[in-house]
Design a protein around this ligand. Sequence first.
Ligand SMILES: [Zn+2]
Length: 108
Amino acid sequence: MSYVDRMCLRLMAPCLLPALCGALLAWSAEGLLGLPRAAGAPDLPSYLIVAGGAASVALYAVQAGRLLRWRRGRGAACYVCGCLLGRAREGRWGVYRPCLGCGKQHGV
Ligand SMILES: [Zn+2]
């Protein structure tokens, strides 16, 4: 697995989390609300699935935008491997940004 593959995986794998949470919440809501519904009552589990899917698509669009900016040469890149840098974090020696490809830490 190359550094670029690792960067893409680190960018795109969290996009599945909202859909997975929505499905789990829908499954649990279906279990809790298993009673017969009145006519015209909202179908909560299907709304939860749609909301989770929409959040996943929105997060995917944001990450794809970051990846597109990186391909165009904009944005902070690692000087070792050239991959995108992650969000700023507080470390022992100050603020740093980890590389999404090789994992090296870059001071801000
Ligand atoms: Zn790197």
